[in-house]
Ligand binder design. Structure first.
Ligand SMILES: Cc1cc2nc3c(=O)[nH]c(=O)nc-3n(C[C@H](O)[C@H](O)[C@H](O)COP(=O)(O)OP(=O)(O)OC[C@H]3O[C@@H](n4cnc5c(N)ncnc54)[C@H](O)[C@@H]3O)c2cc1C
Length: 179
């Protein structure tokens, strides 16, 4: 899918684009042209509504007072609304290895009490974590409400959660939604 930017004549505004037509932006969504920002699908980042909104918030803050944080895409939750949902955050084992990370993964079948109550027969949780530090770098969930589960982990991963700290500091609701 290519960005629909031809009519915008970006070259006349000195807005640089990549070879495949995406608008090039820095970490605060600034383009190569002074006073022009870009956000959303047109930047070539993963194409999701929450990501477009996240970029929009950063760019607006940057243009109004310059104090915007740099965009960080490391804890981006995604979901495919199949039944059950397939949701993920962070990287897969393969992506982690491509980034030079030394990782392990733990996979659990969905065998929770709540799943049994709801007669859900299929599901999977997979945690990807750095071997030494045990820092979580990916979570992949195939389960009912998987999107809500990974959303919670987005906060945990952003705060540097490890395999241990993601489970220890609080109790869970009962019956459990996840493994
Ligand atoms: C079928 C489908 C399903 C999707 N499902 C999901 C989902 O479940 N979850 C999710 O997170 N994301 C989903 N997405 C992706 C999501 O829709 C996009 O990532 C998001 O809309 C990007 O926002 P945006 O503002 O960058 O672009 P858009 O929402 O496309 O907005 C761009 C706007 O610019 C306007 N425009 C274009 N050219 C010009 C011009 N020359 N002058 C003036 N206006 C112009 C367009 O009319 C449009 O209104 C889906 C996308 C598709 C196509």
């Amino acid at each position: 899918m290519l960005p629909n930017v031809v009519q915008l004549a970006l070259e006349r505004a000195h807005v640089a684009t990549s070879d495949d037509g995406y608008v090039e932006v820095d970490e605060r969504l600034r383009t190569s042209a002074e006073g022009i920002w870009a956000a959303g699908d047109v930047t070539g980042k993963p194409k999701f509504t929450p990501l477009a909104r996240y970029q929009a918030r950063i760019s607006i803050k940057d243009m109004l007072d310059g104090g915007a944080p740099a965009a960080d895409y490391s804890a981006l939750p995604t979901v495919i609304f199949t039944d059950p949902e397939l949701a993920a955050i962070g990287v897969s084992e393969r992506e982690a290895e491509e980034q030079g990370l030394d990782v392990e993964a733990a996979t659990h079948e969905l065998k929770t009490t709540r799943a049994r109550y709801k007669n859900v027969r299929h599901g999977l949780f997979k945690l990807v974590y750095e071997r030494d530090s045990r820092r979580l770098v990916g979570l992949h969930v195939l389960a009912p409400s998987a999107s809500e589960i990974v959303a919670g982990y987005a906060v945990a991963m952003k705060l540097g959660a490890t395999w241990t700290t993601s489970r220890a500091p609080t109790t869970r609701t009962q019956p459990l939604a996840k493994a």
